[in-house]
Design a protein around this ligand. Sequence first.
Ligand code: ADP
Ligand code: MG
Length: 290
Amino acid sequence: ATPTALLAGTGRGAELGILLSGPEALEASRHVDTVVLDKTGTLTTGSMSVSHSVVDTEHEDEFWSYLVSLESTSSHPIAQALVAHAEHVRSYPVEGASADAGFGVQGTIEGRSVRVGRSTWLSEGQLSVPQHLTDAFNDQRLDAYTAVWLAVDGELWGGVYLSDEPKPQAAATIAALHARNLQVVLLTGDSQGPAEHVAGQLGIDRVIAGVSPEGKVDAVSALQDEGHRVAMVGDGINDAPALATANVGIALGSGTDQAMSAGDITITRGDIEQVPTALALASKTLGTIR
Ligand code: ADP
Ligand code: MG
């Protein structure tokens, strides 16, 4: 394509809140046949709400305090929801807090080792599960809910079930992608249950769930190995490696800086309905000239 055409495409994109890292982004997006989308914060609002909790009766008082103290160190949508839900509980200083992107957060409170996150991550170490929490903890599907668990010194104290709504424009966006004959895949670190629930609401038929940030990279590579040209859409730190691996990385501007710098295309206003527009921009700009 001529430099003038590329420049025109870039300018048109900027008007729509679609920023390109360079003209190659237009050329690459022209050949995309598969669009992979992250769930939390990308297809869903990311403002999660607490539905219910299961807590070991022995630790009812400290459960929320420990949970909120630790989550205060995280900016994950789950952390924001939990902190907002229990804002009046006593908060403790946390030492050595560290987030394991896509898994959870850990730190030390009152000299005890505290972890909050997904069940598989907690049970990697030594974990004792009180009898009455066993069934809930081992239920990987947990229906449509996202579940996070709290463990203190290797003992499970309880868990919280959260839910998240699809963004209002998400269903129309998926329909627009399907109308352009693109394969749509939902890719998430969350478990199979909530992933399928959201996919069902949005008419997405391919779901890859329960994966780590590295697993997201592997999933994108596997699609590429199948011969697909992949656009990946994400908003979080955990999406950055997959955005960089995809043929076209599309970062939502409402997300994290890491995601944005890993993207070939940034949608500055964070509205997902610009994804089909961004992909169409390439064909509109380059398609007519060739
Ligand atoms: P997604 O791929 O949907 O954006 P993430 O990869 O960010 O999801 O997170 C995957 C899972 O890791 C979450 O569903 C949750 O179980 C766990 N997790 C991640 N961050 C946190 C946190 N700050 N607190 C509790 N759990 C977390
Ligand atoms: Mg996300």
